[in-house]
Design a protein around this ligand. Structure first.
Ligand code: FAD
Ligand code: ZN
Length: 473
């Protein structure tokens, strides 16, 4: 029997025959990424149901020298969750690891398996009268393991931080199949190196996350959601500062959107509202308070009225009901999907010091207009975190595919400016295979060398998601 057939037999013995998928129809959805940019091939898609099965699968693959690509909801934006075209890897699909292991309300912690969707994690917290704040548009299919492996951000980072800040402990299957039980639920634990941090944001290149202890919070009981029309990005930064002063950490979200992404979102979903038509920029503001009777709407209204007075906002609309608030958030969260429907576009997920964002936008628009006459800017993002989704669409009348030939030149303009402003070329989506070369170009060689030595220590045979983040060695 050849090596691959031997491995497949061993995998079937571990997880059961139905959980080793090999037909094209079964494997196809696992082999292309959400944006449909990266198409790979695999020996099989393997779906373990327990940590012990994950460990046994990893041991079998280690013995065979077979690469393993961990996959959760396959919603990642950098091609990290799909294998390369060689067909030699297995995809390790983790969605059957979907149980709540424990909830400790007094300790405000929730222990879950990695394959639970983010939405299911949020529901489990809510079911115990608690709140898990990580939130992003893909939460119905993205898994908590994938969120942790990409250190996902989303719409509540301003108040609660990235996935990294919400994780207290991890269970990880290492590259040799050993299980590291780091499921501690402690807020304080200074016992040497904080190993879990290595696996958070490692995109499946250092270990397979099988479970996590998450921080819970008191749920918001009073909420205010507002939409503001703004003259320019400088006004958005001024408004953000004003709202932080007025609201403190009750300001949970501050999203910036240019007029074009709002229009695209409405084009894809015409039932969405158009609260303040005719302005160049908009902000979506979310404020939450844990007290049921907090005077939050009054504080938000007063701050926004003062912002209009100061010229920071031109007009505002405050949601009058939960439905209206939800519709405003859908307007924002539908942008990624609306863009996908428009065809390929050149994406940048960048972060900058918030104070630099107006200058960055002005400089980038000038440089890009000169290089790509007629280019359309689909600029939006989590301004409160200094994170822009700085996406470029083809000029009217240019086929998107033709425009994509300018990707490398556009990346150079945008990322050089990001570097000049002290920013990052990946704020929340990670590196995967999409930004490997850009990482090499912009990261300090010393940091790349340290990253390579960590990879070599934890995965000496290089079987965990090879060629992601770092090039194969
Ligand atoms: P996958 O896509 O399956 O995998 C992502 C990476 O993690 C891969 O490298 C994979 O190998 C690795 N991985 C997955 N599971 C594990 C595991 N258990 N152990 C080890 N490695 C693992 N991201 C944001 O940060 N903020 C946003 O606001 C945001 N909005 C989005 C909106 C939409 C509509 C979509 C489609 C995506 C969005 N994303 C956003 C991208 C985001 O990275 C993912 O949605 C999510 O975090 C990935 O989870 P997943 O389960 O789909 O992971
Ligand atoms: Zn985002």
């Amino acid at each position: 029997m050849d090596k691959d057939a031997t491995l497949l037999g061993r995998l079937e013995a571990i997880v059961g025959r139905q959980q080793v998928l090999t037909s094209d129809a079964d494997t196809a959805p696992h082999l292309i990424d959400w944006r449909r940019y990266f198409q790979g091939r695999a020996l099989a898609v393997v779906r373990p149901g327990t940590t012990a099965e994950v460990a046994a699968v990893v041991r079998a693959c280690r013995d065979a020298g077979t690469p393993i690509v961990a996959q959760g909801g396959n919603t990642g934006h950098c091609g990290g969750s799909v294998p390369d075209a060689s067909g030699t890897a297995i995809v390790l699909a983790l969605t059957r690891l979907n149980r709540v292991r424990a909830i400790d309300v007094a300790n405000a912690t929730l222990t879950v398996e990695a394959g639970m969707t983010l939405a299911a994690v949020q529901e489990a917290a809510a079911g115990s009268g608690m709140y898990f704040p990580l939130s992003l548009a893909a939460e119905g299919s993205a898994t908590i393991g994938g969120n942790i492996a990409t250190n996902a951000g989303g719409t509540a980072v301003l108040r609660f931080g990235n996935a990294r800040e919400l994780v207290l402990g991890l269970e990880v299957v290492l590259a040799d199949g050993q299980v590291w039980n780091g499921l501690r639920s402690l807020r304080k634990d200074n016992t040497g190196y904080d190993l879990k941090q290595l696996f958070i944001g490692a995109e499946g290149t250092l270990g397979i996350i099988t479970a996590a202890v998450l921080k819970l919070f008191a749920p918001p009981r009073t909420q205010a959601t507002a939409f503001a029309a703004l003259p320019d990005p400088a006004a958005a930064v001024a408004l953000l500062s004003r709202l932080k002063r007025a609201l403190g950490d009750r300001l949970t979200g501050f999203e910036l959107m240019a007029a074009l992404p709002v229009a695209l979102s409405r084009k894809a979903m015409p039932a969405l509202p158009d609260p303040l038509p005719g302005h160049p920029w908009y902000a979506l503001v979310q404020a939450d308070d844990t007290a049921p009777d907090a005077p939050l709407p009054t504080v938000v209204e007063a701050a926004l009225a003062a912002a209009i007075e100061a010229g920071e906002a031109r007009d505002v609309a405050i949601a009058q009901s939960g439905e209206q608030a939800k519709a405003l958030w859908t307007l924002r969260e539908n942008i990624a999907d609306a863009q996908r429907q428009e065809g390929p576009n050149i994406k940048h997920d960048i972060s900058l010091p918030v104070s630099h964002i107006p200058a960055f936008i002005a400089e980038a628009e000038t440089a890009l207009r000169a290089a790509f006459p007629g280019v359309r800017f689909v600029t939006f993002g989590h301004l409160g975190d200094g994170n822009l989704h700085y996406n470029l669409s083809a000029p009217e009348g240019t086929p998107p595919k033709d425009f994509m030939t300018g990707t490398a030149a556009a990346n150079r303009i945008v990322h050089d400016l990001v570097a000049a402003h002290g920013g990052s070329i990946s704020a929340e989506h990670g590196i995967g295979q999409a930004k490997r070369d850009e990482l090499l170009r912009y990261k300090d060689p010393l940091e790349i060398a340290l990253m390579k030595s960590i990879k070599a220590t934890l995965d000496p045979a290089g079987i965990l998601n090879p060629g992601k983040i770092l090039h194969r060695t």
